[in-house]
Ligand binder design. Sequence first.
Ligand code: ME8
Length: 659
Amino acid sequence: MPDRTYYITTPIYYVNDVPHIGHAYTTIAADVAARFKRLAGYDTFFLTGTDEHGINVERVAQRNGVTPQAWTDRVAAEFRTLWEVLNISHDDFIRTTEPRHERVAAGLFQTLYDKGDIYLGKYEGWYCASCESFYLESELGPDKTCPVHTGRKTEWTAEESYLFRLSKYQDWWLRYVAEHPGSIEPEARRNEVTSFVRSGLKDLSVSRSTFTWGVPVPFDRRHVIYVWIDALTNYISALGYPDGERFARFWPASVHLVGKEIVRFHAVYWPIMLHAAGIAVPEQTFAHGWLTFGGQRFSKSLGIVIDPAALAREIAAEAGVDVPIAVDALRYFLLREIPFGADGDFNKVALVHRFNADLANDYGNLLNRTIPQVERHFGGAVPAPGPSRGNDGLLRETAASVAEELDALITRLDFSRALGEIWRLLGVANKYLDEEAPWRSIKTDPERAGTALYNTLEAVRIATVLLSPWLPTATTRVWGQLGIGSPLSSQRLDDARRWGGLAPGTRVRPGPPIFPRIEKAKDGARSPGAVKVAADVAQRSKTEEPEGTRVDNSISIDEFRKLDIRVAEVLEAARVPNTDKLIEAKIDLGGEVRTIITGLVPQYQPEELVGKRIIVLANLEPRRVRGVDSHGMLLAAEWEGQVALLTVEKNAPKGARIT
Ligand code: ME8
């Protein structure tokens, strides 16, 4: 068993609201950290769950005409389903209505009472029912409104309540945080809570007697435990406190990941309660910023609720990818775009930009630029590298330094910098490939071309291992195309630290692009019908091997050679249902059968095509059209609304290349 442990938690979410992208943001971040720490060899435990007690849940259940338990069962299931869609790898999902939790919440309350730190008193103050929290008068907004829920009035509330002696621990807390500044991050949040504690801690109301939906106070059944005290206990109840094996193994938590609005509960009340009960305090509370939409906070009352699953489906439809890949893109975007800790605005245009620029171009395209070369020139087997020269060393050193830095960056939860580092490696790899241009050197120096392809693919292997926590689906598919025998899930950070892990001779397995670019207008211009070859070449040359500055639209012979144009025979053809123009054709490229979708109706009917010798651009990146992978393009002349398929003058064999 590894000697290093890592225990990360998310807040347990209230079940009076539907899951939205704010919840997803925290949970994805925690998931990436957990996946990364597993990769780095830590014995890892990742906890999330739902906060199911309190007046708000009781009220919402009432409004919906169901019992609080029926309501919480329904919403907790929604959270679980969302986490499945988002590929969240939590080790446990705790619900505060579970007996294993209620037992521990009541037990901790009893311990604090037995120690004399909980006493019966009266609590008066400005209370926000949405936060389930009292505020000082000085903290309120205009008209005594809640500082978190803008515009919501607080109520002056006075009730008999059990109180926890928070004030007694003020000095301990200030000393502890001064000695352990890293226990609250980022620094701005530490300063904020420190000044709150310095201004004087008042004893905390920890029970309620005006409603019943909660964990009963064990020694006074007229009261239920205040929902926040109940909720915070989840972090130890899920580990089986006090004598569970998991508690011994994982406590204290490495990090409680929370939004900045609940840092006080986690970084002040919770450590004090634990300390008072004689339990070790968590190593860190990390409070990230708020995600906004058009500058406004997500909020059901404001009608701004973004369902992350619906968003993923929308991205999938626009990109022509399946939902797990869209989920990867969302996971990537949220953690790349906004420095973790700061506030950030969610913006779909920026997401599409990142999808195209980072995922499709920088990462995905690296594979599309290498694997077909290995196929064509090395029979599909990864070539062995020859002697090192030129920028080989730079590529290797960049990979080593990136792999070396990542664990520390993830410990600091600096996701955007960690991704920036991986993109530094991808940037060097792309530049290396541009400069080496193996598609050119293959003619003059095949050994060098092989070395360049090997080194680029090795950089892809390392980047793929490092990216796997962010992009669990895409990296698995890239791994599949690399053809490496042992599964990606068996890889460790050490495998990314070692150059040369890709065994020469490994048989690559080409597949469709994993991140096809999201085109704004997916209409005639890009539809795979009759085509203008030159226009398409110009378009490809923008995204692929750029070679020097071009003054007009002429292309070099090397660019032309990149086009794999071949003779093929149409084996079968049929109309694509519910379309005006499209035909699905099966073609034989000389041993290789492909499917191509082409827009030739009404100029051609499917049956006319069968048996024809046609000309096909074979290395056009595959695209999904109407749910079918179309791989290649039929070439045709087009004029004044007419179309004529290209063919060969003599009976050239299927597969013959056009040069
Ligand atoms: O506070 N931006 O639950 P909750 C970023 N049950 N993160 C956001 C967000 C946004 N706009 N909206 C929500 C509770 N979050 C308590 C927690 S823990 C012992 C009890 C995330 O359902 C963020 O992590 O209101 C925030 O702290 C949490 O959801 C609040 O979830």
